[in-house]
Design a protein around this ligand. Structure first.
Ligand code: MRU
Length: 363
């Protein structure tokens, strides 16, 4: 992705060859600021506080977090403790566990003195792999957009609705849900994106809109409750969302509110697709309702950050004093409401058979 004409990934190694640079997402869209991670604790805090977020990027940050931990102590005990600590930062996105599992496999049988170099090499591979995976998700998802565009008048945009941020900023590059959109736009197909604001953290308004705008993609931010109405009036051609965990049977866990979009899409006959890399499939879980759902601070619901006209960034209270708030961060969309899964290997039905057809080695 290009920001102000400069190409960026969301995570990269500093010129010193060991510390890690990230884009601090808590400052977007008001400020584009990078942050340097030098210890496992800084990586853990970045994941917990959502300086980095989005399933694939959480995994990539954890991988580098383990590298930072091994620099300090490459013993088995320290490695186990570091993996447990990183894993504990966010419970829902399975990419965190997956990336740490990959990292463990690549270093555990090596002598201590070889572990750090091997870990950095594997973390870099995981990041490069994520970029290529997301690019391929776009290649497959593009066909859906092309098919819809072919039925429209020349230049009439394909209207895609998305929830949360499953874009470049949530991955290492390209994004999952946004990759087909970027590829359609780059091919000259007219696309327009309805961006759910995604309360309470506003990933849609703050992040998806920011990255779509940076790439020149026409988009409109809508409140989370508007999608059903737009679908009823034929103003949404296709929904594409990301996911934090897909079960072996195709149930989809994603940002809170995704389920309601799937219900509305089902009722109105709008295709509802979920874009995901292989690292988001949890082959150990059959039933979406056994996925742990992160409960976040009530402050995220009761308070809202924003920018004043003089540029100062402030947080204001938006609720009646004394009221409490619940904040489940994810929900589960049953496979029966999902039209299809867009993966790096192609598009399949959201079912055990569908996933098995694309990933026979795992199923
Ligand atoms: O709480 P977040 O912002 O980490 O949640 C992110 C999402 O729900 C994304 O849609 C999901 O991780 C897919 S990212 C490609």
């Amino acid at each position: 992705m290009k920001i102000n004409g400069k190409s960026y990934r969301t995570i990269w190694l500093n010129d010193d060859g060991w510390s890690v640079e990230i884009i601090d997402q808590t400052r977007l869209p008001h400020e584009f600021v990078t942050a340097r991670l030098t210890t496992i604790e800084e990586a853990a805090v970045a994941i917990k506080t959502m300086q980095v977020r989005g399933a694939p990027l959480i995994g990539a940050t954890a991988a580098y977090g383990l590298c930072l931990a091994l620099r300090e102590d490459a013993s088995d005990e320290a490695m186990d403790a570091a993996i447990d600590h990183l894993n504990a930062q966010r419970p829902t996105a399975v990419n965190l566990r997956w990336a740490l599992g990959e990292m463990r496999k690549s270093v555990q049988n090596l002598p201590r003195e070889e572990r750090v170099a091997a870990a950095y090499a594997r973390a870099a591979q995981l990041c490069d792999g994520d970029v290529e995976t997301c690019r391929m998700i776009g290649v497959h998802g593009l066909k859906l957009i092309e098919d819809i565009a072919a039925k429209k008048a020349p230049g009439e945009p394909v209207n895609v609705l998305t929830h949360c941020n499953a874009g470049w900023i949530a991955c290492v590059d390209w994004g999952t849900a946004t990759s087909p959109v970027y590829q359609a736009h780059d091919k000259g197909i007219a696309v327009h994106v309805w961006v759910d604001e995604t309360r309470p953290r506003n990933q849609g308004a703050s992040l998806t809109a920011f990255e779509l705008g940076s790439h020149g993609i026409p988009h409109t931010i809508i409140v989370d409750n508007a999608g059903g109405h737009l679908m009823q009036h034929g103003r949404v051609d296709l929904v594409i969302v990301g996911t934090d965990r897909v079960t072996a049977t195709g149930d989809v866990c994603n940002k809170i509110g995704t389920y309601l979009k799937a219900l509305a899409a089902n009722d109105t006959g709008v295709p509802f697709y979920v874009a995901l890399p292989h690292s988001t499939i949890d082959w150990t879980i059959e039933d979406g309702f056994s996925i742990p759902i992160e409960e976040r601070s009530s402050d995220e619901v009761l308070k809202m950050p924003g920018r004043l006209p003089d540029g100062t960034i402030v947080t204001v209270e938006i609720a009646a004093p004394g009221s409490g708030a619940g904040n489940p961060a994810f929900d589960v969309t049953p496979a029966r409401l999902v039209t299809g899964l867009i993966t790096e290997r192609g598009i399949c039905e959201a079912s055990r058979e569908g996933l098995k057809s694309l990933y026979p080695e795992n199923a």
